[in-house]
Ligand binder design. Structure first.
Ligand code: GDP
Ligand code: MG
Length: 672
């Protein structure tokens, strides 16, 4: 049952409107397009199936409106006693004061007299039966038994119309005969018997559609009878009778209202339903209720869906703005699922009362629209997740590479796992279960980018590593090679090259040890080692070039010459005497020193195998693409011919000076 608030509570427009009467079909047979609004104002919009509809039929001025107002607290027009004119024609509706009941006052006619009215009577009967579960048939006691009376024509119409509407269904209707001005001399039971016999006679006379020939009146109608005392002559009894009748209008086993009479039209659709029924009826079209119900279901489900979607999209709009701002929205999936759940809850609350097939398909449509609206949010979130996963990867990588003795492969593996997990978790959170979205492609793209970032970082780190090893190599050879290059002689290059190859071996081992953490390929190792060898060679060459620069080489020659000429074999400075063979010693020391120029002029060990084998630039490029052109053979030459001549002549001049100085020292010692 409907809660008290929907039954009796004040509407937004105030309690007064609860019992405002509305002309739903006017004198011109036009339907009032505002009926749906009135259902709402009467507080019945949310009543679902928990409401009832009552209509009254009967001749003019038989006290119908008076009765309805007394029974239900309605506000229908009552004929003014003094003027005796007929009230407005048409069909009026009003909500019962204390019950979720719609009451229809069908303006009475005397069908016998005017053909046009007969037509209206048939149409109003069709209309009323299509929506009302209880039909009050109002008649004077003294009319009973007059089989030819207007009431009989009306009843015939009702029975025919009911057959056309519900012939093939098990829809039942309660016919409640209200006998007015019941004097009491004829008991109600007798009057009921007479009326029942009359109706059965009408039933027998009505032609039944094919297949329904054997159906009984009682298959479709329940009959009920009530007598009311004369309103003017017995006012107290009249009031008591009305009060007793009013008490019967309750829902349930002891009341007149029952599920079996209900037409299964949700209250929020009753306005639309009645309008389309009236449109069919008034334009003399066949009234097919199942079709009407389907149309109603479609119309209402669309309306309900539209309202649900509008509420949904206004809720989702904020989320859309945030996610399009480029930041990952935490709990976006949860929010989207909530919006969807709320929209479906709103839809289901009203639409589930309509035909299941229509409801289900409109629900699917709504879900489709919701998913279509949300998908861009999902995609934007994926984009944001992609960005943040890359950022996370970089942070983790940087952190890992800052630690001493890091293992590159595991640092990358860890950073990658963190980034992928963050993406996948976020994407899964943002997914809606039955939305059929996936993020395989997006994940693949992220994966690719991570791969290329990892490769970039690997080559950077390997370059750094090679640079470090190069520095270590330079440190290793530094002093030793300085020393060795300062000791020219036939074994000088052997010593230098041995120092070089020992240091290189150490560097290579260091590389191979560290390369393990990079999971480097053989190819990468080959490239790196080649680069290392070249750089090592170049570093050695730089040292050699320093040592063989003009001034340094000249001072080396000078030192060597001095050692031979100015010192004796015991390293004691010579003091030249008259008998010393200055000329001979000079020539020897000078010639031996000049020979050193050719020792320094190119790298040539006593054993060619002491030379490293280094491919030239054309044969392979090193790890470091910026390597200058490299030609090993070329690098073995240190001093050009002209350089040798130049340095030799410079040296000779200096040696000559020493010779002259030696000679002079003798002259001066003799002179003393
Ligand atoms: P309607 O045309 O059937 O809706 O009849 P109304 O309710 O407008 O009443 C028509 C007239 O009948 C009014 O003057 C009422 O006062 C009077 N009337 C109402 N109820 C009764 C009744 O029970 N008995 C008699 N005799 N008159 C009634
Ligand atoms: Mg009336």
């Amino acid at each position: 049952m409907v809660s008290d608030t929907t039954q009796h509570g004040p509407t937004p427009n105030g309690h007064a409107e609860i019992t405002t009467r509305v002309q739903i079909i006017d004198e011109d047979k036009k339907f009032n397009a505002d009926l749906s609004k009135w259902i709402d104002k009467w507080g019945l919009h949310n009543a679902g199936f928990d409401y009832d509809v009552v209509a009254v039929f009967g001749s003019q001025s038989t006290g119908k409106s008076t009765l309805l107002n007394k029974l239900f607290g309605t506000t229908f027009d009552v004929m003014d006693e003094t003027q005796r004119r007929q009230t407005t024609k048409g069909i009026w509706m009003c909500r019962a004061e204390d019950l979720p009941v719609l009451v229809m006052d069908v303006e009475g006619t005397d069908g016998r007299e005017r053909g046009e009215d007969q037509d209206f009577e048939r149409k109003s009967a069709l209309f009323s039966l299509a929506s009302s579960q209880i039909l009050l048939v109002n008649l004077w006691e003294h009319q009973i038994g007059l089989y030819q009376g207007a009431n009989m024509a009306l009843l015939k119409t009702v029975i025919e119309v009911n057959l056309s509407l519900f012939g093939k269904t098990d829809q039942r209707t309660l016919l409640l005969f209200v006998i007015r001005d019941h004097v009491g001399s004829t008991p109600l039971a007798n009057l009921s018997t007479t009326l029942t016999a009359d109706i059965e006679r009408i039933w027998a006379s009505v032609s039944k559609p094919d297949g329904l020939e054997s159906r009984l009146l009682t298959d479709y109608f329940d009959l009920s009878f009530v007598g009311l005392a004369h309103k003017v002559l017995m006012p107290d009894k009249f009031e008591a009778d009305v009060k007793a009748l009013r008490a019967k209008f309750t829902f349930g086993p002891n009341g007149l209202f029952s599920d079996k009479y209900r037409r299964r039209i949700p209250a929020d659709g009753v306005g639309v339903y009645m309008e389309s029924i009236w449109e069919q009826v008034s334009s003399n079209k066949d009234l097919d209720l199942p079709t009407q119900q389907e149309l109603l279901a479609q119309f209402r489900c669309d309306e309900i869906s539209k309202a649900a979607f509008e509420a949904f999209s206004s809720r989702a709009k904020d989320g859309r703005r945030i996610v399009e701002g480029g930041k990952v929205v935490p709990n976006l999936g949860g929010m989207m699922r909530d919006w969807k759940t709320e929209a479906l809850r709103q839809f289901d609350a009203e639409a589930s009362r309509y035909l299941a097939a229509v409801y289900n398909s409109k629900r699917e449509d709504l879900i489709g629209s919701i998913h279509a609206y949300l998908q861009p949010l999902f995609l934007a979130q994926l984009k944001n997740l992609h960005k943040s996963a890359l950022a996370l990867f970089k942070i983790r990588l940087d952190e890992g590479l800052k630690k001493d003795g890091y293992d590159f492969a595991s640092v990358v593996g860890d950073a990658r796992a963190k980034a992928e997990t963050a993406f996948k978790d976020g994407a899964a959170e943002a997914s809606i279960q039955d939305a059929d979205w996936d993020y395989d492609i997006e994940f693949g793209q992220l994966d690719e980018e991570l791969t290329s970032l990892a490769a970039l970082s690997k080559s950077d780190e390997m370059k750094k590593m090679v640079n470090n090893i190069e520095r270590m190599f330079k440190r290793d050879i530094g002093e030793k090679v300085d020393l060795e290059l300062g000791r020219p002689g036939p074994k000088m290059w052997d010593a230098v090259l041995t120092t070089y190859s020992d240091a290189l071996k150490k560097a290579e081992q260091s590389y191979l040890r560290k390369a393990k953490s990079f999971n480097s390929t053989n190819d990468e190792d080959d490239q790196a080692l080649l680069t290392l060898r070249r750089r090592a060679w170049r570093a050695l060459k730089v040292k050699i070039d320093e040592h063989t620069a003009d001034s340094l080489l000249l001072s080396k020659l000078r030192a060597s010459f001095e050692e031979k000429f100015r010192y004796d074999e015991n390293g004691v400075p010579r003091v030249w005497g008259r008998n010393d063979d200055i000329d001979g010693l000079f020539r020897k020391a000078r010639d031996e020193t000049v020979d050193l120029v050719s020792v320094y002029s190119s790298i040539k060990p006593s054993e060619p195998s002491l030379l490293p084998s280094l491919p030239s630039q054309e044969e392979a490029t090193g790890l470091d693409g910026s390597d200058e052109p490299f030609d090993f053979e070329d690098s073995l030459h240190i001093l050009s011919e002209s350089k040798q001549v130049d340095i030799t002549s410079k040296f000779r001049r200096e040696a000559d000076a020493y010779f002259v100085e030696a000679k002079r020292s003798i002259v001066s010692s003799v002179a003393q």
